[in-house]
Design a protein around this ligand. Structure first.
Ligand code: HEC
Length: 221
């Protein structure tokens, strides 16, 4: 297999797809499934490190491992275990002490920006979020992916009139948790863990929150 370079923030997904591909190839050739270790070794041998992109990106978290296993075997994680892990994650979400809502204009720039964590990026350059790769967000942007649900009118649909108000708190906290660590609200979610994995800073997440929740954001017009 041709060596590939590790690039971008979505390598965990790429790894899952590769595990599936490796498994399918091996099943075609023989009857036994490779172990998780054998699959990981096969995947690692087909990538090479370059610049800031190291092979440890292919190491799955325990949750990704559980979800991949469920995917490959077709057997769901039992509901009690899933609920327990998810609740523990939700309880550990760090909420900001000085407000959740930044500037939607900055948020739009961050959501549009697909740079960061690639082997061509210098270390320490702020990452983008690339939200548009998976979501419709502002109506002005007509180029977007649809792996995730449309976020058009996200705050308006949820009747958020003032994102800093007490009434808005539950939806504001849910949205923060979703962006910080998506597994805390949907265990086997396919969305990146923007805060937990250190992709975005707390301040960047505040700006993205404003994009989704501020009544004056184009998303809610
Ligand atoms: C790789 C694709 C991907 C990217 C990039 C991504 N998301 Fe998601 N997002 C999803 C998927 C898929 C879901 C729903 C299902 C799930 O949890 O996997 C989702 C769900 C959501 C939800 C919950 C919607 C609801 O109605 O409850 C919010 C809010 C959200 N994403 C915001 C964002 C923001 C903000 C960004 C950028 C900072 C972003 N997403 C980037 C894939 C993505």
């Amino acid at each position: 297999m041709k060596k590939q370079h590790i690039a971008g923030v979505f390598t965990a997904r790429a790894a899952i797809t590769l595990v599936a591909t490796t498994a399918t190839l091996l099943i075609a050739g023989c009857t036994t499934l490779p172990s998780a270790e054998e699959s990981l070794a096969a995947i690692k041998s087909s990538f090479s490190e370059r610049g800031i992109a190291k092979l440890d990106r292919l190491d799955q978290t325990e949750i990704q491992r559980l979800c991949s296993e469920a995917n490959m075997t077709g057997k769901d994680i039992d509901k009690k275990t899933a609920d327990k892990i998810q609740t523990a994650l939700y309880d550990k979400i760090p909420y900001p002490k000085d407000g959740f809502i930044g500037d939607w204009r900055e948020g739009e720039r961050i959501a549009q920006n697909g740079r960061g964590m690639q082997f061509t990026d210098a270390a320490g350059v702020p990452n983008g979020a690339n939200c548009y790769a998976c979501h419709q967000i502002s109506p002005q942007e007509i180029s977007y992916g649809n792996q995730g649900p449309s976020l058009l009118k996200y705050g308006a649909i949820r009747q958020v009139k003032d994102a800093n108000s007490k009434e808005a708190e539950p939806i504001v906290k849910y949205t923060w948790a979703r962006i910080w660590n998506t597994h805390s609200v949907n265990l086997c979610s396919n969305m990146p863990r923007f805060g937990d994995a250190g992709i975005l800073t707390e301040q960047q997440i505040k700006h993205v929150m404003a994009l989704l929740l501020s009544p004056d954001s184009p998303v809610n017009k």
